[in-house]
Design a protein around this ligand. Structure first.
Ligand code: ZN
Ligand code: ZN
Ligand code: FE
Length: 749
């Protein structure tokens, strides 16, 4: 006989861990107890040596699907001689535990709702300890029903029995519910409840080509038939979303395979319990309405992830599921707002009476070279912590202005928030504040230091400044934050690396707008070793939505005024004024942005003059690429004050000459992309020659470009470099807050 105490840390609460321990102990005839503690779960087991060993092995190798074990600590203790194994109630005031993200419906629950005779047949809010809502219904900790929005629904006798039975899959499943006691659906049309079967009403609406606003886990979606061109177009017009692709929910993997190319890794990501949107390549004869993605060759696809989705998708193969909002506003998640705003867009609303406590957008990822890259990390992932090695304080990192997320790092756990959005929008910045307050409370993490961007006008920077004089504030340069996000994600602690950080916009230390940068350094700090040759951003912000302005600027610099004006006859008068303003340095800040250079090329060859969403010109430039073409353009590397200048003028001259000789746009696009690949390797080689460093870290929104992503790694590896990219953390500005937290953490040490 032997007795052990076992301490387990990680995501072990609210995921069916104690009943799992209970059943395991019982099956091995062990005595003892299990209890939630402020740090995780505490277990004592007593029994035969072999049985105890078996217990530990199974605990480590076969925990419940949603558990995430970070540490299992084992100590031999004196025998106590009890006769049973018990689940003890948790200590009150537990504040140091990890909370599970919202998890897609499990196979068992999917079977329950599909089986006639089951008491949860067709029940849209079915869940168990292995699946269901978690973080979006959580108001406070500890994670108990009364602290969630399920507090309004007292358990019925049957549900209570399940809840109290350690052998049941729903033991202590806080959102447990059924037809009798749980939330109910309501279908609204013309502002009134329609009491007929909501599933049938939904089917009828979709069949008629209507738009239905659908309340989900983290907010409202707008849904319509993805195969009905007219319906999709109508949604575009009503939502004022003219070009940006819509995501589609498909019934099952087999359906996805009908419309999209799907390899094993994509299939795995799509079916994972996180259920993200995966950007898949459309098949040539894909029958999804063309206006879903317009010119885009990829389609964002997700599988049903709630019981409601599963039930609704029974009658439909593919439904558009785009976030329920008006143009640039955040996704709507409360009923009141939905009813006041979404009826302008939707013909009907399918809602329910379970409150969503916090908004959580769908996560988005892309798989390139067999690796998953998160583009938006939200539902299914948040608030699972990211590892921030050896951090020992509490840091609140405020993130960037666009695609804002914040990051609350408490010790080695970095809690990256869900997608907050663009803080130019007032609603979004309010949401940032309330989410920060909520995170601080839930993770019991009062900030000891603040990290923010250097940009004085960012909403997030202004928020940080309220702590001035009270807490240390670390201003982290935007591109260093991108760089640090890759290094910290891959735990390159104090190691030096060469960073190539390409994005749209970031505040530089010289007052210019950076975005095509080469850095050298580590998580803590870096120096700028090179950058794209500066060019003026005519009428600053407006240039971002009007790529032709950038094309004029770079052509003017590369070949002169006459050609610049001759290439854009439609804009000649405005162009003249811009060029004159530029000479006087009026409203024409200088930029080294790689994103803007992509825009310039897109406009130069006539692919896109005006944009309606971020990255549009670059995306469309890539879409038209002819990968079978030959040749490449060239950047010229020159030196200026110890800095490498990536001179793009030769490249612009080559493009103009190709344009004149009638070379196909697809070829020009390919040659440009190849030039960028070549630039990356030649800058890396150049920095290596001075530093002997063989590690390259790539980050910034430009690396969402799947052609670059696919080709850059083998190209650098060919030259002997070890290459790191963002994977779990977005390479776009959604990853900035994690990088800020990492950099600040090292500066504090
Ligand atoms: Zn389940
Ligand atoms: Zn019930
Ligand atoms: Fe950026």
């Amino acid at each position: 006989m032997i007795r052990y105490s076992v301490k387990v840390k990680g995501i072990v609460q609210g995921v069916g861990f104690r009943p799992f321990v209970f059943r395991l102990a019982k099956s091995l005839s062990l005595c003892g107890f299990v209890r939630n503690t402020s740090e995780g779960v505490y277990i004592e087991i007593e029994g035969g040596n072999d049985d105890c060993e078996a217990f530990i092995t199974k605990l480590k190798t076969n925990p419940p699907p949603l558990a995430h074990l970070e540490m299992v600590n084992l100590t031999k203790i004196p025998l106590a001689g009890e006769h049973d194994f018990l689940i003890l109630s948790s200590d009150a005031g537990i504040r140091n535990t990890l909370i599970s993200p919202d998890i897609g419906i499990c196979d068992d629950c999917a079977a329950d709702i599909a089986m006639k005779g089951n008491r949860r047949y067709r029940y849209a809010f079915t869940n168990c300890t292995n699946c269901g809502p978690r973080f979006t219904i959580l108001k406070d900790i500890p994670y108990d029903r009364q602290n969630t929005t399920m507090a309004d629904f007292p358990l019925c006798t049957d549900c209570r029995e399940e809840y109290e039975n350690p052998y049941d899959r729903r033991f202590h499943a806080q959102p447990n519910a059924c037809h009798v006691c749980g939330p109910q659906l309501s279908f609204y049309q013309d502002g009134e409840i329609d009491s007929q079967d909501p599933y049938e009403l939904f089917d009828r609406s979709i069949g008629l080509g209507q738009i239905v606003a659908l309340k989900g886990i983290g907010g409202f979606h707008l849904a319509c038939d993805a195969k009905n061109e007219e319906a999709v177009n109508r949604l575009r017009n009503k939502k004022l979303r003219y070009d940006k692709p819509f995501a589609v929910m498909m019934r099952d993997v087999e359906t996805v395979q009908k419309y999209c190319e799907l390899d094993d890794i994509e299939k795995e990501a799509l079916s994972s319990s996180e259920k993200p949107i995966v950007l898949l390549k459309k098949k040539k004869d894909c029958l999804i309405a063309q206006s879903t993605t317009l010119s885009n060759t990829r389609l964002g696809v997700m599988l049903p992830y709630t019981p409601l989705h599963c039930l609704l998708m029974q009658e439909h193969e593919a439904i558009i599921m785009t976030s329920g909002n008006l143009s640039d506003c955040p996704m709507i998640f409360n009923d009141e707002e939905a009813f006041s705003k979404l009826f302008h867009v939707a013909d009907a609303i399918l809602a329910h009476n379970r409150q969503i406590f916090r908004r959580m957008d769908d996560s988005v990822c892309i798989i390139i070279n067999e690796k998953t890259h998160m583009i938006r990390r939200a539902r299914g992932y948040v608030p699972q912590p990211l590892y921030l090695c050896e951090n020992n304080g509490v840091i609140l990192a405020m993130g960037a202005q666009q695609k804002n997320t914040f990051c609350l790092a408490k010790g080695e756990n970095a809690f990256l928030s869900g997608h907050i959005g663009d803080l130019d929008n007032e609603d979004t910045s309010k949401c940032l504040e309330s989410e920060i307050e909520s995170f601080i409370r839930i993770f019991d993490a009062e900030p000891e230091a603040i990290a923010c961007d250097m940009h004085p006008d960012y909403v997030s920077t202004r928020y940080a400044s309220r702590y001035r004089g009270k807490l240390p504030i670390f201003e982290i340069q935007h591109h260093h934050a991108h760089f640090a996000s890759v290094l910290a994600e891959h735990q390159l602690r104090e190691e030096n690396a060469i960073g190539l950080i390409f994005d749209g916009t970031g505040y530089g230390t010289d007052g210019c707008i950076w975005g095509g940068e080469s850095l050298f350094g580590n998580i803590k700090e870096s120096t700028r070793t090179g950058h794209l040759l500066y060019f003026p951003l005519f009428s600053s912000e407006a240039a971002i939505r009007e790529p032709w302005r950038i094309a004029i600027a770079v052509t003017d610099m590369a070949v002169g005024r006459e050609t610049a004006l001759s290439l854009f006859p439609d804009y000649i008068n405005e162009a003249k004024i811009l060029l004159q303003a530029g000479e006087k340095e009026l409203n024409s800040p200088l930029t080294s942005s790689m994103g803007r250079l992509f825009d310039a090329v897109a406009a130069l060859i006539g692919v896109r003059m005006h944009t309606t969403y971020e990255g549009q010109a670059a995306i469309e430039l890539q879409q038209i690429m002819d990968e079978s073409a030959k040749g490449s353009y060239h950047f010229q590397l020159t030196r200026e004050n110890n800095s490498i200048i990536f001179d793009w003028r030769p490249l612009i001259r080559e493009i103009i000459s190709d344009l004149k000789s009638g070379i196909h746009k697809g070829t020009i696009s390919l040659r440009f992309h190849r030039a960028v690949l070549e630039l990356i390797t030649s800058v890396a080689v150049s920095v290596q020659s001075k530093t002997t460093c063989g590690i390259v870290a790539l980050s910034g929104g430009v690396f969402q470009n799947d052609f670059l992503l696919k080709n850059v790694v083998p190209k650098l590896e060919e030259k002997g470099f070890v290459v790191y990219l963002n994977e779990r953390i977005p390479t776009n500005d959604g990853g900035i807050s994690f990088g800020q937290a990492a950099a600040a953490s090292y500066r504090m040490r």
